[in-house]
Every structure is written in C-alpha cells, then in structure tokens.
Design a protein around this ligand. Structure first.
Ligand SMILES: C[S@@+](CC[C@H](N)C(=O)[O-])C[C@H]1O[C@@H](n2cnc3c(N)ncnc32)[C@H](O)[C@@H]1O
Length: 277
C-alpha cells in the first residue's frame, strides 16, 4: 500500500485554512487513519461520499478505503486544489470533485459517507444525509455528537437524539481533541457512527412525528401535559386538549427528557388520530 499524503504538506500546498469558512483541517495521522475504519464492517465501500474535502487529507484515506469517492467542497480554490492534487484519481474516474454547497448540490448515489463536517452547518448536513439510510461516519462538535447519541433520562437527551435515532443507531466512537486540527477549533470534536436501521416503533406520519417531538422539547422543563397544550403552533395540532385527555396520565406527567422514542411515537399516533393535526 502506498503511504498516505502528509496532511501538513497538503495545507502548505493548498495555502488555505480560514476558520471563518469552517476550515479546520485534520492533521493527526492516527485520527485520519482510524476514521474510515469506523464504517460498519459490512458497509458497501463502492462509492464513498465526503462532505467538505478541504485539502484532501481524509479524501486520500477514503481513496484507499473505497472504490470510488465523491467529494463536495464549497471553497472554489480548495475544489481546484483537490482536482489538481488528485489529478490521477480524477482521470482514472475514481474521484469526482463537486464544487458547491453541500446543502444545495445534488448528491450522488453514495453507498456510505465519511466526513469531517463544517460545524456551522453540520446539523443541516446530517439531516440531509440521515434519511438516505446509508452508513455515516461523521465528525461533529463534541457537544452536538453527545446530544445525537444520548439516551432518555440523561442531560444530553433531546430532540436531536430522538430525530437522529429515528433513522439510525447512533454511537460516539472517538473523542478528538482540538490539537488534532490546524487551525485549532475552539471546541472539542467527536466522531459519530450512524448505522441505518428501522426504529422499533411505527409512526402514522413521519413529518408530523418529527414536528411533534420538536414541539415537546421546546418545553422540556414542563410536564408533557403542558408541553402538548402549549406547543400546538409548532406541532400543528388543532385540538391538543383532546390528546391530553385521551393520553395515559403517567406519560402526561413526565417531562420530555424522560420520554422514550417509542413513547413519543405512541403519543404522536394518538395525536394524529384525535388531535386534528
Ligand atoms: C472541518 S473542514 C474539513 C476538511 C477536511 N476534510 C479535513 O478533514 O481536513 C470542513 C470543510 O468543509 C468546507 N465547507 C464549509 N461549508 C461547506 C458547505 N456548506 N458545503 C461544502 N463544503 C463546505 C470548508 O471549506 C472546509 O474545507
């Protein structure tokens, strides 16, 4: 196997690294080597997607781990640098560099995504990728990663945990210190693995379920009884009182932070039936 490109040399050649553009490049070789290995063992590595290629240190590892790679990069100078640096792989049809905003561009039919995300838009990108139901290995700000993977009853559990968990089993697989990046971000980071799976509950309407969960967590300090009543403008319920009257009393006395995803789904089904959504 050929040696990987030196991440510091890539940054010198690209002459980029602007924190205002979410440009914090990974320079720790051990972290870079480990990231693709977090893909589930049975993941199809036929076509890997990378969002935010930067100077290509992770792109280089993905070319070694997969058959074909598509990288999306918003910075035109970095996109041009990637095409030049990886000209042989581009010519061989193994690498496609898409210049554009990952929130707008058409995504290819990828089999798995491995990315060190731009943190300013990491939530929007994650929720663009999760419904695609492909394995994802993504670097986030640590606090965000912990909230995504949190269990009911913990301080971190919230809307993000339920909505991400609706699409995938979510695990934090590695904490990454700021020192692993150049320039250093002001926050700590963590790598998350999302393994797609169907949830252990069914919902009558996915958009309504997600809005209902979002609504309840805007009032996380209130009982579910009050949360359901006070947030009809978010959940879209025409008759929230009917839901509260029909629902289990014990569940209505809980706070959102201790309600499991399956309990949210049960309540959303009831709300869909009697709450005039
Ligand atoms: C945290 S850096 C990661 C770079 C590289 N993958 C690495 O690990 O060193 C994020 C990259 O995403 C790019 N970026 C920022 N916003 C973006 C967007 N909306 N769409 C695509 N790329 C974006 C930045 O220019 C930057 O190169």
């Amino acid at each position: 196997m050929t040696a990987s490109r030196d991440p510091d040399a890539l940054i010198r050649r690209a002459k980029r690294g602007d924190p205002d553009f979410d440009q914090h490049f990974l320079v720790d070789d051990r972290v870079l080597d480990r990231i693709p290995s977090y893909l589930p063992e049975d993941a199809d590595r036929g076509h890997l997607l990378e969002i935010g290629g930067g100077t290509g240190a992770l792109t280089d590892r993905l070319l070694a781990a997969g058959d074909e790679v598509t990288v999306v990069e918003r910075d035109p100078e970095l996109a041009a640098f990637l095409r030049e640096e990886f000209a042989a792989e581009v010519d061989a049809g193994r690498l496609t560099v898409v210049e554009g905003d990952a929130l707008d561009v058409d995504l290819p039919d990828f089999t798995a995504c491995v990315s060190n995300l731009p943190y300013g838009v990491s939530s929007e990108i994650a929720f663009r990728l999760l419904p695609e139901k492909r394995p994802l290995v993504l670097m986030f700000q640590k606090e965000f990663a912990d909230r995504m993977a949190a269990d009911p009853g913990t301080d971190e559990y919230g809307r993000l945990s339920v909505t991400a968990g609706h699409y995938a089993a979510v695990e934090v697989v590695e904490d990454v210190p700021a020192a692993a990046f150049d320039p250093r971000p002001r926050v700590e980071s963590a790598v998350v693995r999302c393994t797609p799976r169907d949830p252990d509950y069914t919902v009558p309407d996915e958009a309504f379920f997600l809005d209902f969960v979002t609504a309840c967590f805007t009032q996380r300090r209130k009982t579910m009884r009050n949360a359901v009543r006070n947030t009809a403008h978010i959940s879209g319920l025409g008759d929230p009182d009917a839901v509260v009257d029909a629902a289990d009393e014990d569940l209505m006395s809980k706070r959102a932070g201790t309600v499991t995803p399956a309990e949210f789904a049960e309540l959303a089904a009831l709300a869909w039936e009697v709450g005039e959504p």
